[in-house]
Design a protein around this ligand. Structure first.
Ligand SMILES: N[C@@H](CCC(=O)N[C@@H](CS)C(=O)NCC(=O)O)C(=O)O
Length: 210
């Protein structure tokens, strides 16, 4: 049994994409962070940090995208979502997952949730972090000048990247990022994947429900 605890359009969307691309049977449990459901006792029993994603498995709960994503890839090796464990290419994949989590996601957190930085001026916090998002994405954009996907061929790293490209539409960052032509083209390539387009349709409906 695989049950993904996921908030609409949150970073957990990468895990949702990965489960679909892996072809694994799973359930999605929607956690409305906008309604505080992630702070309810029932959810804290699953992830005491009150964050999504959390993946319930037969062996227990896994938290943190950088742990969940490779776990999904390894459950479905036939899907070829990541290079084999122990290979040089796998280490490169892990480097991208770490960069996306610790640099890109962290920068977005400051940009989108500036008010959470207690004792700091939210306008200043937001400006610094929007600049960091832009710089980090420019680095990725330059990487994609020579190749279509982060590792050359499509991989799970691209699913994680896609989430952070979709976040560019958030009011706090929209129109404030530098031009990212290679990432724009990448996003279009990714959205042409039927499984991803179908999930995004569902996500839009969930977002509309609030
Ligand atoms: N390092 C964690 C970060 C998880 C995280 O920050 N999740 C956000 C959604 S993108 C969340 O659950 N926010 C709800 C909250 O903090 O109240 C991961 O990558 O899994």
């Amino acid at each position: 049994m695989l049950r993904l605890h996921h908030a609409p359009m949150a970073c957990s969307l990468a895990s949702r994409f990965a489960l679909a691309e892996a072809g694994l049977t799973h359930e999605v449990a929607v956690v409305r962070t906008a309604r505080g459901e992630n702070r309810a006792e029932a959810y804290l029993q699953i992830n005491p940090r009150g964050k999504v994603p959390a993946l319930q498995t037969d062996d227990g709960v896994i938290t943190e995208s950088t742990a969940i994503l490779p776990f999904i890839a390894d459950l479905a090796p036939q899907a070829g979502l990541l290079p084999p464990a122990g290979s040089f290419a796998r280490a490169q994949a892990q480097a991208w997952l770490s960069f996306l989590s610790s640099t890109v996601h962290a920068a977005y957190t400051g940009a989108l949730r500036a008010e959470a930085f207690e004792g700091c001026d939210p306008t200043a916090v937001r400006a610094v972090h929007v600049a960091r998002v832009g710089a980090a994405l420019q680095e990725v954009d330059a990487h994609l000048a020579e190749q279509d996907y982060l590792l050359g061929d499509f991989s799970l790293c691209d699913l994680y990247l896609l989430v952070f490209l979709l976040w560019r539409g958030a009011p706090a960052v929209a129109g404030k990022l530098p031009p990212l032509p290679n990432l724009d083209a990448f996003q279009q390539r990714m959205l042409a994947r039927p499984a991803l387009a179908a999930i995004l349709g569902e996500e839009m409906k969930l977002m509309a429900e609030g």
